[in-house]
Write a protein of this length. Structure first.
Length: 133
């Protein structure tokens, strides 16, 4: 019982807490999202499921200077995909979801003012992680 408790405390102090402290702010993701608009793999590596929508939201909330370009690029891709696959319900659903999120974002003021310094990754456990995975 003492050993289990000790292991849990160590896990919290040396792994879990530092991890959540590191990713405590939306802007912490920015250095890892500076990839080409079409680099879905890198976005998925950082953000997982629905990475494109998450990137769109993070960039908007952080006032990223390319956020509108990214939003417009993605919208055009979805519209083109719908035109090439008009009966694909997944594409239609993705476009509707995208447009709803876009509308909400455009009605929302960003949380942060843009600053180039936000693109510098901060150290995790004393080591600087590689950005642009």
């Amino acid at each position: 019982s003492f050993k289990i408790k000790s292991l849990l405390i160590d896990f919290w102090n040396f792994d879990a807490k530092p991890f959540f402290d590191y990713w405590s702010n939306l802007s912490d993701f920015l250095p890892f999202l500076e990839v080409d608009f079409e680099d879905y793999r890198s976005m998925n590596n950082v953000l997982g499921v629905d990475a494109i929508l998450k990137k769109m939201i993070i960039w908007w909330q952080c006032s990223h200077p390319k956020s509108l370009d990214f939003i417009n690029h993605r919208e055009q891709k979805l519209i083109a995909l719908r035109q090439s696959e008009p009966k694909n319900q997944k594409v239609e659903k993705a476009l509707i979801q995208f447009l709803e999120i876009k509308q909400r974002l455009l009605q929302t003021s960003p949380l942060l003012e843009w600053n180039e310094a936000l693109l510098q990754p901060k150290p995790y456990k004393g080591v600087f992680p590689k950005a642009n995975i």
